[in-house]
Write a protein that binds this ligand. Structure first.
Ligand code: HEM
Length: 410
């Protein structure tokens, strides 16, 4: 047993607010936790040390078990290893190729469309008798946005959503039906492969066209292209849903916050960073020690699993002034570790930040009042100590009346 136990045992209070558990873990320093058969790294500087040293701390073990090497001859293995689970030099090469489709300027250009999608979803809430802001907003938006960014045909978005939800769920639910999982993976891979076949040779803003061009240039194989698209879905869906949900929960439960953000909308970006810091949607991830290594004065033996806690690093008083408080004026607000650090730092961080900011801006614009119907301590959280976020946010909303046409400035 270690101080991590309340989280591993999925105690609701610890899942909702793991701050107390993390404080004890940081006090203990780096130590072995038998519950997860891994060394736990919780202090900010130690987390950074591990994430920066990909040579010593391999990503091959991030899902907690060592994956067999990919077998190109096996047709039942349609996916090549995810970026998330690969190491240099293969990771470096593939990452530098896919980075091109996700530069901050390319993502920033999607803002008008993301806003339109967010407005559509928020406006639809007007028609609902009872509103759950996870079910009716946070869970719907990310897959819609990623479908658009990829360039999935509009008529297929529902199918795409269904498959991506199955795959996303299966990542966190290894007890699911393996036959169904394989069917969905086959259908999904076949679908992406057909879209790549249909590519007309034009490179536009869609990520699929950019990936198809990379395939044609011989930089990535078909399997790598398909695997990359599936990875985007898996990595960017639940995480962004949780980020939006946690941001709304903070918005609805922090006195004076709505008024502050309305008075100075430029602060919404810092609010998004603080929400990521305090409620990191991925609280921690695994690495595998490839050699004996010293972290925080403790030797981690070669072959050990290591659990790095971004969520705890984000709440380390050695790194953050007034650490437990949501502060809109932090000069280093974006320096949190919610997107990781080093070679594997999140590829989709610009997109996730854009989605989070735009949803909050649209809610502030459309709503006169947002009342959460459950107290923060009663909100149910996902039963996971890796992914973190509320799974339901029942709310009563009061919309602003649409501004009459004659009051709109010319
Ligand atoms: C708020 C939402 C998100 C959070 C908190 C988040 C968090 C993370 C973290 C912590 C990692 C690094 C894992 C590690 O250290 O091994 C990561 C990697 C990754 N993320 Fe995100 N992510 C989010 C949204 C997205 C989105 C929207 C996309 C895609 C559109 C995406 C795609 C990826 C990919 C492809 C990787 C693997 C990068 C690599 O290994 O080189 N993520 N994410």
């Amino acid at each position: 047993m270690s101080a991590l136990s309340p989280l591993v045992e999925l105690e609701p209070e610890a899942l909702r607010c793991p701050a107390g558990v993390y404080e004890r873990l940081r006090d203990e320093g780096v130590h072995y936790a038998p519950e997860i058969d891994a060394f736990v790294v919780a202090r900010h500087d130690d987390v950074v040390r591990v994430l920066r040293d990909g040579r010593t701390f391999s990503s091959r073990n991030t899902v907690g078990r060592i994956l067999p090497p990919a077998d190109p001859a096996n047709p039942k293995q349609p996916l090549s290893p995810l970026l998330l689970l690969s190491d240099a030099p293969e990771h470096t090469t593939r990452r530098s190729i896919v980075n091109r489709a996700f530069t901050p300027s390319k993502i920033a250009a999607w803002e008008p469309q993301v806003r339109q999608i967010a407005e559509e979803h928020v406006d639809r809430l007007r028609e609902l008798a009872d509103v759950d802001l996870v079910r009716d907003l946070a869970a719907l938006l990310p897959v819609r946005v990623i479908s658009m960014v990829l360039g999935v045909p509009l008529e297929d978005v529902a199918k795409f959503r269904e498959w991506s939800e199955e795959i996303t769920a299966s990542v966190g639910n290894h007890g699911g039906d393996p036959v169904r999982r394989e069917q969905v993976q086959d259908a999904f891979s076949g679908y992406i492969s057909r879209l790549l076949d249909q590519w007309d040779g034009t490179v536009d803003t869609s990520v699929l066209s950019q990936i198809a061009a990379v395939e044609r240039a011989g930089e990535l194989t078909r399997r790598q292209c398909v695997s990359f698209v599936v990875e985007l879905i898996v990595a960017g869906n639940i995480t962004t849903t949780h980020h939006i949900a946690s941001s709304i929960a903070l918005l609805g439960s922090t006195p004076g916050l709505v008024e502050q953000l309305r008075a100075d909308p430029a602060l919404v970006q810092n609010f998004i960073e603080e929400s990521l810091r305090l409620e990191a949607p991925i609280q921690g991830f695994y690495r595998l020690a490839m050699a004996d290594a010293e972290v925080g004065g403790v030797t981690i033996p070669e072959g050990s699993r290591v659990f790095v806690l971004y969520g705890s690093a984000n709440r380390d008083e050695q790194a953050w002034a007034e650490c437990p408080h949501l502060r809109l004026d932090r000069p280093n607000a974006a320096a949190h570790l919610a997107f990781g650090k080093g070679a594997h730092a999140c590829l989709g961080s610009s997109l996730a930040r854009l989605e989070g900011r735009v949803v909050i801006e649209v809610l502030l614009d459309r709503l006169a009042d947002l009342e959460l119907l459950a107290a923060p301590e009663d909100l149910p959280y996902l039963k996971s100590f890796v992914n973190h976020g509320p799974v339901s946010l029942p709310a009563r909303l009061r919309f602003r009346e649409p501004v009459p046409a004659h009051e709109v400035a010319p």
